[in-house]
Ligand binder design. Structure first.
Ligand code: ADP
Ligand code: GLC
Length: 493
């Protein structure tokens, strides 16, 4: 088997630095590749919010206090390495840029934080004399790496055989900055390689730059790979994505069942399996009790865990939930934070229906696991969803997902057919209140049909989205990039 050296560049890594699914994927894909025998080094910032009390961080001698001048300002970075029993994690330490309350900021130097990350990753490889065959970049934060390798670091033969892959997890976040930051990029004479119309319009778009210069592109589900080439979903990048469609693949995210399985979940007091769902009912009791809502076996609990942003379809909930909670017997449990308007809506819903609805504002991983386990239904009415993880977690937890047919939701949830007993969830088509109302009513009615409901739950629990399946697709992309022929042939004959 060909073993690859993979430099995995990301702004998030679970459990250390997480705002969403990118963190889960960086951790799980990194681990899959490591376990499959590849040498993986994951790089991310050493954000001051990271709790590293349980980590043994070792300074990497070759990368200590390295000066890097960005737009006339000198920064210094060092690398700290942590062995976590999987891929080697390399934290980029640069307090001047990463000592902030959260992972991301709206500050005027946000671009510098990720320019530094991208260049520090490349310079660390140089100083460690480590030549990755693959630089696997993720989202806008590390999307300048492909261009940097062709320009500022193009002289270095260490990278002569390196190839770049950019995975787009969220096309809605592009890292668009004013062209006045041009000198901070350090591109100098190579600035003409940036998108010239953008520059003329006074912008630099990091994600777009990555789409132009990465050797290969992926996004996180097959349906979304098609969608982002259309005007409706491309967020302005559809023309470039269409032009590069032969280099673009949709690879569905996998699930790390070591973290997300109701049989073993370390965040749960009660474990359960498809053969014995008693523990699920107990988790429902614990969930409601801990949130101060009355428990009743017959009353379904609808869960939501979400970054409360436009993407996640909260607008539809605004139109549907207040009325529905007045009409039907259900509990609604929401966890998340984001747009103040959406937070305000969920807070008001709780005040209006104090015995039916609860909103926990914030980020809380143990509660996320308990909501997955203790809810009967899980809501993901997304406007767009590159992949989505919670619907796949829900399936495994016997929590029936209600999803809109878009992106990864379309690829992972199949509409339940009561007649044949096939399907894994409730799927609606149009992004409007009527469609969501219909889906919720269908789901609530089904909940009362115990026999069919059990069937639906078990269909979902039997789904397998493990990395064993999806990870192999990334390896195919790496092989193609490196010109390695697929390993069939003599050994197989
Ligand atoms: P996205 O990356 O767009 O936010 P995903 O469904 O891919 O959506 O992944 C979201 C991940 O973040 C899941 O692991 C989910 O459980 C977690 N998550 C989202 N919001 C919260 C929250 N408020 N508290 C805890 N976990 C959360
Ligand atoms: C993004 C997407 C989500 C996806 C996640 C991990 O943030 O919004 O759909 O699952 O990245 O790839």
């Amino acid at each position: 088997m060909t073993s690859f050296k993979i430099c995995f560049a990301s702004s998030e890594l679970a459990p250390f630095a997480k705002t969403g699914g990118l963190a889960d994927i960086s951790a799980a894909l990194g681990r899959y590749l490591h376990d499959a025998g590849h040498e993986v080094r994951v790089f991310l910032p050493l954000y001051s919010s990271i709790d590293h009390s349980t980590l043994e961080l070792r300074p990497v001698d070759a990368v200590r206090d390295v000066p890097l001048t960005l737009g006339g300002r000198e920064f210094r970075f060092s690398i700290y390495r942590a062995e976590i029993g999987g891929p080697a994690v390399h934290f980029v330490h640069c307090p001047a840029l990463y000592n902030r309350p959260g992972l991301y900021t709206t500050g005027g130097d946000e671009h510098l934080r990720f320019i530094l990350l991208s260049r520090a990753i490349i310079e660390s490889c140089q100083r460690m004399a480590w030549a990755p065959q693959i630089f696997h970049c993720n989202d806008w934060h590390t999307a300048l790496i492909p261009l940097y390798l062709r320009t500022i670091y193009g002289w270095d033969r260490l990278f002569a055989d390196s190839r770049t892959l950019l995975t787009v997890h969220n096309v809605g976040y592009q890292g668009i900055f004013a062209a006045s930051i041009l000198s901070d990029t350090g591109l100098g004479d190579s600035a003409h390689l940036l998108h010239q119309d953008d520059l003329a319009a006074g912008r630099i778009n990091f994600l777009k730059t990555g789409l132009l210069y990465a050797d290969a592109l992926t996004t996180v589900s097959p349906t979304h790979a098609e969608e982002i080439q259309t005007d409706a979903y491309g967020m302005g990048l559809q023309d470039i994505l269409r032009a590069r469609s032969s280099s673009l693949a949709g690879i569905l995210n996998g699930v790390d069942y070591a973290e997300w399985d109701p049989r073993t979940d370390r965040h749960l007091r009660y474990h359960y399996s498809p053969g014995n769902l008693a523990g699920k009912e107990k988790n429902k009791q614990v969930l409601l009790q801990s949130l101060g809502l009355p428990y009743d076996r017959q009353t379904p609990v609808v869960g939501l865990i979400s970054r409360l942003m436009l993407q996640k379809g909260i607008d539809l909930l605004v139109q549907v939930l207040p009325e529905l909670l007045g009409q039907r017997d259900l509990r609604f449990v929401a966890l998340g934070s984001g747009e103040p308007d959406y937070e305000g809506f969920l807070g008001a819903l709780q005040r209006r229906y104090p015995r039916q609805a609860c909103f926990y504002r914030g980020f809380h991983t143990p509660l996320a696991h308990l909501i997955e386990a203790g809810s009967d239904l899980f809501l993901m009415p997304s406007l767009y969803e590159p992949c989505g993880l919670n619907q796949m977690y829900s399936l495994r937890y016997g929590t029936v997902p209600i999803v809109r047919r878009t992106g990864g939701l379309a690829d992972t949830v199949e509409m339940f057919e009561p007649r044949t007993g096939t399907g894994t969830g409730i799927v609606f088509e149009d992004y409007d209140a009527a469609a969501l109302r219909w889906a919720l009513n269908v789901a609530l009615d089904l909940f009362n049909d115990r026999r069919r409901w059990r069937r639906l739950q078990r269909n979902g629990m039997a789904q397998d989205f493990s990395w064993q399946r999806q990870g192999a697709r990334y390896l195919e992309v790496y092989r193609k990039l490196c010109g390695v022929r697929a390993e069939v042939g003599m050994a197989e004959v």
